[in-house]
Design a protein around this ligand. Structure first.
Ligand SMILES: Cc1cc2nc3c(=O)[nH]c(=O)nc-3n(C[C@H](O)[C@H](O)[C@H](O)COP(=O)(O)OP(=O)(O)OC[C@H]3O[C@@H](n4cnc5c(N)ncnc54)[C@H](O)[C@@H]3O)c2cc1C
Length: 540
């Protein structure tokens, strides 16, 4: 068990102290900073130009007031399937813009889940943009100011770069169910949003256009609801996405969830990430008296809870790797027995644009939950979609609307691809490996983040959704790799060290390039070459 003496007030005590001479430390620092700066500067400024003029980019800020038509036919403009984080926020947003929304949710009781409990500051800013920030009130939500990272008895604190924001801007952590219930209430408070309990069983399709949904209401009656646009937000286990996207779901691991009671975190108001073997462990507060622990277990099968294998695994493999301050509460939580598990899914967004329908939230796109980015992506998507729909008086021309909304898939990329790529890459880098090159990369990443300055604020700004720039992510990622190689060359480059360095670069490329490829290189780095990016709203 590691006895971490983490003092959150004094930065210098938080940084690990590697056994290096001062000149070596300086060399490491210079390599890291130089590479990050040069790569970041060259690549970022080359590719991050925004379109101008009558482009979709300009459209996003141009139209402020809603110009929705009065009801033309039918009584619904948009059906939203699923009132989770995405569906509730979307229904409220569209309702506020004057649309008549029908929100159909399978189960209206308060959810009790281990997902969606830490909202990154970037997500909090989106919540403010949508006018939903009061949903975090009166649920005992906790402020999150950054992360504390632990590895092999050392630790480092990574603060969110929040200096230029209002003092209330930070991450927030809470019980997912309490937050979702507040958002449902807020959506249902609008007279033009109708929230009802029902399970949607299929989409109603006519000649390739989705016209509405078939659903079973609380009384068991099978009903049909029609609307010009159906937005499917039925979450990570979506049954309805099949015809709307290529659902290539990867499940690299599962999270095992526990709640620690009355436990003092080494660094209050911070997420805690333990770089354990075989993979990371997370802790963060979800109320003033409870701390959520999520233990990553690689693979799709976890030890059995019912026959005690899980408790044994947690006590013998996980507990000894925890900071001493957390050990006893962790063991007590195991003994209380409320252990939950969830698969950690990842699925790139690969839509089949379909007239009359759209996917959003986890039904549309998922990433490893290590970095807690899912809700931030969903809320950012809703902001993009709201801005696209705002200038439209009605939504009745399904084909024209579908063509126009293709721009959504590119406009969402800066936020979604940055968060998705970082989640996938960090999960791999933070996991232990028998490969020495991968372990060098893991150590280099920890030490790079511990350097402070741009080496910590840069990656944390990316993770938190405050800096949605994929090019900056690539720059930092390769800065870590080059930093790792540079260290191997000190004090002198032996053939073995050169070989490990070459394999480290190869491993780094093997981690990040497949993720970027799945995100879509053109959409991510050259959005201005995608014709849909410039699509104008259809004229009525
Ligand atoms: C273990 C784990 C931890 C996570 N931690 C975080 C975190 O800390 N921070 C973060 O930002 N993200 C986190 N995520 C991701 C986050 O939970 C999701 O991105 C987010 O919940 C997506 O919201 P959603 O509305 O798309 O789906 P959900 O919140 O799952 O909502 C889907 C809703 O649809 C309803 N529904 C389903 N099928 C039907 C149907 N047929 N008819 C009607 N209704 C239906 C469901 O009842 C549910 O209410 C985590 C994910 C996992 C797996």
């Amino acid at each position: 068990m590691h006895n971490y003496q983490l003092n959150c007030v004094n930065r210098s005590e938080l940084n690990p102290k590697p056994m290096l001479t001062s000149s070596e430390v300086m060399a490491e620092y210079l390599i890291g900073v130089a590479v990050a700066s040069v790569l970041g500067f060259l690549l970022f400024f080359k590719f991050q130009r925004k379109p101008s003029g009558s482009s979709a980019g300009a459209l996003l800020t141009a139209v402020e007031e809603c110009r929705c038509d009065p009801p033309a036919s039918g009584d619904t403009d948009v059906i939203v399937v699923g009132a989770g984080v995405a569906g509730s926020a979307l229904a409220y947003t569209l309702g506020k813009d004057g649309r008549r929304v029908r929100l159909i949710e399978r189960d209206l009781t308060e959810p009790d889940r281990i997902v969606g409990e830490l909202l990154q500051p970037g997500g909090y800013l989106k919540l403010i943009e949508l006018g939903l920030e009061d949903c975090l009130g009166k649920i005992d939500a906790q402020r999150i100011l950054g992360y504390a990272l632990f590895k092999d008895g050392k630790n480092t604190k990574l603060s969110y770069p929040l200096e230029k924001y209002d003092s209330d801007v930070s991450g927030r952590s809470f019980h997912n169910g309490r937050f979702v219930q507040k958002m449902r209430e807020k959506a249902a408070s609008l007279p033009n949003v109708k929230l009802e309990q029902g399970t949607v069983t299929s989409l109603v399709e006519e000649n390739g256009t989705v016209k509405g949904v078939l659903y079973k209401n609380k009384a068991g009656e099978v009903l049909t609801a029609y609307a010009p646009l159906t937005i499917v937000c039925d979450g990570c286990f979506s049954n309805l996405r099949r015809s709307l996207c290529s659902s290539q779901v990867d499940v690299p691991s599962c999270f095992v969830g526990l709640i620690l009671e009355n436990c003092q975190l080494p660094c209050p108001n911070h997420g805690h990430v333990i770089l354990a073997d075989p993979s990371p462990i997370l802790f963060y507060p979800i109320s003033s008296t409870e701390v959520r622990c999520l233990v990553d277990v690689p693979g799709q099968k976890v030890p059995s809870i019912s026959n005690g294998e899980m408790a044994n695994y947690l006590k013998t493999v996980v507990a000894p790797q925890l900071p001493v301050q957390l050990h006893d509460s962790f063991v007590s939580a195991i003994d209380r027995g409320s252990i939950r598990t969830m698969p950690n899914k990842s699925m790139p967004a690969a839509p089949h644009p379909t007239p009359g329908a759209l996917l959003l939230g986890d039904a549309f796109n998922m990433r490893h939950p290590l970095t807690g980015g899912g809700m931030t992506v969903a809320l950012a998507d809703i902001v993009v979609l709201r801005n696209l729909l705002k200038p439209l008086r009605n939504l009745h021309d399904a084909t024209a609307l579908c063509k126009y909304l293709e721009s959504f898939y590119t406009l969402r990329k800066p936020v979604s691809s940055t968060i998705n790529t970082l989640a996938g890459a960090l999960y791999k880098v933070f996991s232990a490996s028998p490969d020495q090159a991968r372990n060098e990369m893991r150590q280099a990443c920890f030490d790079y983040l511990s350097l402070g300055g741009v080496c910590s604020t840069g990656p944390v700004a990316l993770l938190s959704g405050l800096n949605p720039r994929p090019m900056s992510l690539v720059a930092h990622f390769f800065a870590v790799a080059i930093y790792g190689v540079g260290r191997l060359m000190l004090p002198f480059p032996s053939p073995k060290r050169c070989w490990i360095g070459a394999r480290l670069i190869s491993a780094a490329s093997g981690i990040i390039f497949p993720i970027i490829k799945a995100e879509g290189i053109r959409q991510v780095f050259f959005p201005f070459t995608v014709p849909a990016y410039y699509r104008a709203p259809p004229t009525d």
